[in-house]
Design a protein around this ligand. Structure first.
Ligand code: GLC
Length: 759
């Protein structure tokens, strides 16, 4: 008798009282649900496909996988199409909602969201329960198991194969990567059901593409929010904000975004403005706009309980708040004192919340920062809402907070994003969040909360970013300079250097610490910090192009070396350097007084970013990097666009210099649009394909404007690695060799046709 039954659009295996449903999302994405209920969390976007999978005895096969099922235990073994065993259950405990799997060949485990640990999570145990953490003791501490975010996703990897497991369960989940038993990985939950996806691919890039296909990809960000951003808890009145803004411009520090932390509100009441300290709020925003600044406001979910306060009253009238176990509005405490919490589980509540942003946007606010959204609560030991609080879904069904807790930040972000999109008049929303669940990338950038101005936090932010990136969230950053405690000049310089290569680049500091804007530590530090922010601005088009690909494929921006060199086993544990895109290797200095460090260069030839010295890879090299340098190397055979430096995005007409790191033929796609609106969705963009063909005596540079519907900036050419050029021929005409980097090419009118003859 066939134990596997084909159902409507899935497969089912029953054994005594137990059931396993198997669903396919592609030939290499399979879902296992040990329950009759096939509902998903809001993290998952895709629907299962019908027609994939063929029953072969006790197995189901697709073009890429064979899944063998034990009809008694309901344990599975998964093989790839070459017959290699990819994944194997040791036990499936349905009542305990726990699966244990054998560690077969995996040399590393990655992903799992925000973690204070090195890159490889093998030998670690951790859980997912969004928590408000602060400083050295709670946060950024290797013993801490629960962080602000819950991304129940991991990647098991070796040189030639890997897989991802996404456990679609929003309750408190716990993952053990060989800590309790060194031959087993396990994951379990405190509620819900066993419902997980296994994603197979030979390389990690494929895993991320498929995981982000399931849970969604980042929307293309607005370019100003890739610029430098300045924040402080808090700039307390409009005069202080304007002074910061003016100083930025006077000191010629490129800066696009200023943040207003909780003091802009009246008694910390969300969607209000303190009319004393920010008397002419709209005028201030207008002035800032005219100086080229965008303004982001913090909005926390806790709504002050206060008779007559419009937002509180509206929510009360609509019955929009999370309930306690008796069905009354739960009252906790956050910055404004007693507070209630919107129940973002319901569409109606999310719409109300989104609409609350209309007047802020009308006043000229450009983006929103969602903080304290674990949600944080000052009056419970758990620092959040009691687990027996109640949420009510769209069907009117009650769900306990233990199920919705980890989704709270995601649902708030969804509400905020939709509201911003509705009122921003075709501009792309910017949203920043602290708490998150899988899928958050669809709505928001993420920062890693309240770190401390200590070197260890600078160091450990690197693998934290890398694993967040491997969890489908590319737009990430930390408080540059450190949030708690006083920063200092050296720390600020080194942290800014890392910030240049971090997608979200914001300097932020706490109340009662010394201010840490770029000019706070004297002239040398100012010059140094400015120099690095300038580098960031020269890389905006490069970064934006990475973001574009990421918005289509899910790739992280900061990538561990193993992302592109998976078959080099050295890379499996390197946590303190990374690739910014595929070809730019960055190795931050993260210890005081250090001006030299070891850098591992993977195979191939690499150029020193500062000196153009060529270095052979597949080895560790000492890199000298005094305080005004960070080790950066560029791979031979790459093209890096660099922009004209300006005070803010769009201040001046851009001019792009294409840097060719010669040595190998290569290709690059340059994507250009207005960087701000959704017009690109109406095909208002341009795409230029640039290529080189290189031999021992010549380098040919060509381009093709594959699509043109937006003005392409003028282009200059800069060649690296060609010390002796015999002649340069453009469009068949010889030009003076020394003039090449001065010529402006207009790609709107022509294509590149350059021939460089080597000596
Ligand atoms: C939280 C945030 C921090 C913010 C502060 C005040 O601690 O993590 O960034 O400055 O609240 O709003």
């Amino acid at each position: 008798m066939n134990i596997i039954k084909k159902m409507d659009y899935w497969f089912q295996i029953k054994s005594s009282e137990r059931v396993l449903n198997i669903l396919f999302y592609s030939d290499s994405i399979v879902r296992f649900v040990y329950d009759e209920d096939l509902g998903s969390t809001p993290a998952v976007l895709e629907r299962p496909l019908n027609g994939l999978g063929k029953i072969l005895g006790d197995s189901i096969a697709t073009n890429e996988l064979v899944i063998k099922i034990d009809s008694n235990s309901l344990q599975v073994e998964v093989y790839n199409s070459s017959g290699e065993l990819i994944n194997k259950d040791i036990s499936v405990d349905i009542p305990k909602i726990e699966i244990r799997k054998e560690i077969l060949w995996e040399r590393g485990f990655y992903g799992s969201g925000e973690r204070y640990w090195y890159l490889n999570q093998k030998g670690r145990r951790m859980s997912n329960w969004n928590s408000d953490l602060i400083g050295l003791y709670d946060l950024h501490n290797v013993t801490i198991k629960e962080m602000h975010t819950s991304i129940p996703f991991y990647i098991g990897l070796d040189k030639e194969k890997c897989y991802g497991i996404y456990f679609d369960n929003s309750f408190r989940t716990c993952f053990d990567y060989g800590k309790t038993y060194n031959n087993a990985v396990s994951f379990k939950s405190s509620g819900g059901k066993i419902d997980y996806y296994l994603i197979y691919d030979r390389d990690i890039k494929g895993i991320i593409e498929k995981y982000s296909f399931l849970t969604g990809r980042m929307n293309l960000p607005s370019i100003p929010f890739l610029g430098y951003q300045q924040s402080r808890y808090s700039y307390k009145n409009s005069k202080e904000v304007m002074n910061i803004a003016k100083r930025m411009r006077n000191e010629k520090i490129p800066c696009d975004v200023l943040y207003l932390d909780i003091h802009y509100m009246e008694n910390y009441k969300v969607f209000t403005i303190d009319s004393k300290e920010f008397r002419d709020f709209k005028k201030m925003l207008k002035e800032l706009k005219s100086m080229g600044f965008k303004v982001v406001l913090i909005i926390d979910p806790g709504i002050k309980v206060e008779k007559g306060y419009k937002v509180f009253e509206e929510g009360k009238k609509g019955d929009y708040y999370v309930k306690d176990s008796y069905g009354l509005d739960y009252v906790g405490e956050v910055w404004p004192g007693e507070a209630v919490f919107p129940d973002f589980l319901r569409t109606e509540v999310r719409k109300w919340w989104g609409d609350l942003h209309a007047s802020l946007i009308k006043d000229g606010v450009d983006g929103i920062w969602n903080d304290m959204n674990e949600p944080s609560n000052f009056i419970t030991k758990s620092k959040t809402l009691p687990e027996d609080c109640l949420h009510i879904d769209d069907l009117g069904d009650e769900k306990t907070h233990s199920e919705i807790h980890n989704l709270y930040g995601l649902l708030e972000a969804k509400a905020t994003y939709k509201g911003l999109k509705k009122y921003l008049n075709n501009k792309r929303p910017f949203l920043l969040t602290r708490a998150a669940f899988a899928g958050i990338q669809r709505y928001s950038a993420l920062w890693t909360g309240d770190n401390t101005s200590v070197w260890e936090h600078l160091e450990m932010s690197i693998p934290m970013f890398l694993n967040i990136g491997l969890s489908g969230i590319p737009f990430v950053g930390s408080d540059v300079g450190g949030f708690l405690e006083d920063s200092d000049e050296e720390l600020l310089c080194r942290w800014t250097q890392l910030g240049v290569f971090t997608p979200f680049f914001r300097n932020h500091s706490n109340l009662d610490t010394i201010y840490q804007e770029p000019w706070q530590f004297g002239e040398d530090t100012l010059d140094n910090v400015r120099k690095f922010i300038n580098i960031r601005y020269s890389l905006l088009t490069y970064l934006y192009n990475l973001m574009k690909v990421s918005s289509e494929k899910g790739h992280p921006i900061m990538r561990p070396l193993l992302y592109h060199y998976q078959d080099d086993e050295k890379t499996l544990n390197i946590y303190d350097e990374f690739l910014f895109g595929e070809n730019m290797l960055v190795a931050p200095i993260y210890r005081p007084g250090i001006d030299e460090r070891l850098v591992y260069l993977p195979e191939g030839n690499w150029y020193d970013f500062w000196t153009d010295e060529k270095k052979k890879g597949k080895r560790f090299l000492a890199q000298y990097s005094p305080i005004d340098k960070i080790p950066v190397c560029i791979k031979e055979g790459s093209i890096i666009p660099r922009d004209k430096i300006m005070n803010y995005f769009g201040e001046l007409e851009n001019e792009i210099t294409l840097h060719f790191y010669t040595g190998k033929s290569c290709e690059y796609e340059l994507y250009i649009d207005d960087g701000i609106t959704f017009d690109y969705e109406k095909d208002i963009f341009s795409l230029v394909k640039i290529h080189t063909v290189e031999s021992s005596n010549t380098l040919i540079i060509g381009s093709k404007t594959a699509y043109k519907n937006y003005e392409i900036p003028k282009i200059k050419i800069n060649l690296h690695g060609l010390d002796n050029i015999k002649e340069v021929i453009i469009d068949g005409e010889k030009i003076d060799v020394n003039n090449l980097d001065k010529i402006l090419f207009n790609l709107n009118e022509r294509e590149l046709d350059i021939q460089v003859v080597k000596c």
